[in-house]
Design a protein. Structure first.
Length: 204
């Protein structure tokens, strides 16, 4: 079974060397916050379709994360293993494609392929972290849609902002006509928060 652990920012690999893209952080840094949001959001909403929490994020073990996600996806491990295998095949296809390029020399091809192989484990680990992250995000999305939640408020920080932006993207790509917006503000008790508003067109 794949295991999450920090890898690093997205690498850019070519025949000229290896560099890293600023702003393309490893999804690992968001997983703990996303899991806590998933745990906190999953309850019945009897009156108002909104969710607000101060969320105390605790460091979770790999086994605990698997246990939580398996509550929503019984075949989680099989799905993740399949997705990781597809990513490995993608890397193999990259190498085969480089071999067919005519615009660069054989020496450049060899260097490029060696750089890809050098970074293979690093990229696979980033892929594992991203796969876990998006399984969690989709589980949150499914709860939002099931409960018809219209408002989510989290503490203001970069990680929750990233998570809510990801949720915004997956919600608006759903088959249902959904519009979302994200705002930040200070509450009456001087707490900075982020709010994701969700409008279900033709469903109210």
């Amino acid at each position: 079974m794949a295991q999450i652990k920090y890898a690093g920012p997205r690498p850019y690999i070519s025949q000229h060397g290896i560099s890293y893209k600023n702003g393309k952080e490893d999804k690992y840094v968001y997983i703990q916050n996303a899991i806590e949001l998933l745990k906190d959001i999953d309850h019945d909403y009897e009156y108002k379709k909104s969710y607000s929490s101060t969320i105390s994020v605790k460091k979770l073990t790999q086994d605990k994360i698997d246990q939580i996600l398996e509550q929503y996806e019984k075949d989680l491990k099989q799905k993740i293993d399949q997705e990781v295998q597809r990513y490995k095949e993608k890397i193999s296809h990259e190498i085969e494609h480089i071999k067919t390029l005519k615009r660069i020399s054989d020496i450049e091809k060899d260097v490029w392929i060696k750089n890809i192989k050098l970074m293979e484990d690093y990229r696979i680990q980033r892929a594992i972290n991203k796969i876990y992250y998006f399984h969690c995000i989709n589980d949150i999305k499914n709860i939002i849609l099931k409960q018809n939640i219209k408002r989510i408020v989290t503490p203001f920080n970069e990680r929750f902002w990233h998570i809510l932006e990801t949720l915004q993207g997956v919600l608006e790509s759903d088959k249902r006509p959904i519009h979302t917006s994200i705002i930040e503000y200070t509450t009456n008790d001087d707490q900075r928060v982020i709010e994701l508003d969700i409008a279900y067109h033709n469903y109210d």
